[in-house]
Design a protein around this ligand. Sequence first.
Ligand SMILES: Cc1cc2nc3c(=O)[nH]c(=O)nc-3n(C[C@H](O)[C@H](O)[C@H](O)COP(=O)(O)OP(=O)(O)OC[C@H]3O[C@@H](n4cnc5c(N)ncnc54)[C@H](O)[C@@H]3O)c2cc1C
Length: 292
Amino acid sequence: MEICDFALHRPASLAEACEMGRMLGPGARFLAGGTELLPDLKQRRDVTRHLVDLRSVPGLRDIRLDSSYLHIGCLATLSEVAESSDVHKTLPALSEAILSMAAYQIRNRGTLGGNFCGGVPSADTPPICIAAGAQVRLAGVDGERTLPAEQFFLGPRKTVLDPGELLAEVLIPVQPARSGSSYQRFALRRATALAVVGVAARVALEKGRITQARVAMSAVAPVPMLAAECSGILEGQSPVEEVFERAAKAAALASRAISDLRGSAGYRRDLVRVLTLRALREAAARAGTRPA
Ligand SMILES: Cc1cc2nc3c(=O)[nH]c(=O)nc-3n(C[C@H](O)[C@H](O)[C@H](O)COP(=O)(O)OP(=O)(O)OC[C@H]3O[C@@H](n4cnc5c(N)ncnc54)[C@H](O)[C@@H]3O)c2cc1C
């Protein structure tokens, strides 16, 4: 099937990209790596006639670490994020999550920003970023706003972005000493298969107690979601199996899984329980071994 005709716009700055996006209206799309958008255009799942190519905008591909945040520009490719020494230092589980998804070809071209902005409920990078307390910086014609990553998603393929607004960067807070993260994913094949369920956990320990804990999930709700109930169950407790089991059950209860060709709702709920348990065990073990 041939790709439909479209006009390609190449803005020279962030401001120009936003202005073009707003001028062209809701029918226009920002183009990043194109791994999701171009197949959609070919298969007529998207009928846009205007693409605003972000790759001509300088500065959107940078990955840098300062004293408070790891900044990942929206155009950093998944491979660049996975290989970044700053990512290894701050949130190595993000690198692991990326290496568990898609295949080299897609990771070399697809971007972190595109993985968020596609708004796909099974996307692999949002859960680990949400669990780590990430924020997203959005840029539009009227200025910028920053919000918690879990508030970015509204529904399948729907985000909070207004016309002309784009995701400029993902900000991951420098993680506390003695903290660890883990992403556990189940798919029907090891490569190039969307997650049936993905669960991320982040645990911080102090004097044998859990001081901070967050669990986030993908493919079990219309959006990648934070299982907020888990934090209340885990924080203040010892990192022991019985506590992890209670949190894992709460995560399964909080999930809003549906049945589809990859698995039934009941199967997915059980996977949430099992993967949450594994993610918490691994995150806690890593927290215990991370130098303070
Ligand atoms: C074979 C195959 C396997 C895949 N496997 C996986 C997988 O295992 N896990 C997974 O999570 N995904 C997977 N994907 C989906 C996809 O590759 C990823 O989501 C990728 O990160 C998308 O990034 P991109 O730069 O290519 O986005 P694009 O295709 O360029 O854009 C996707 C959407 O986001 C919008 N957009 C992109 N960047 C921005 C921005 N900065 N601001 C505002 N809007 C923006 C675009 O307008 C478009 O609507 C797979 C895709 C294919 C084709």
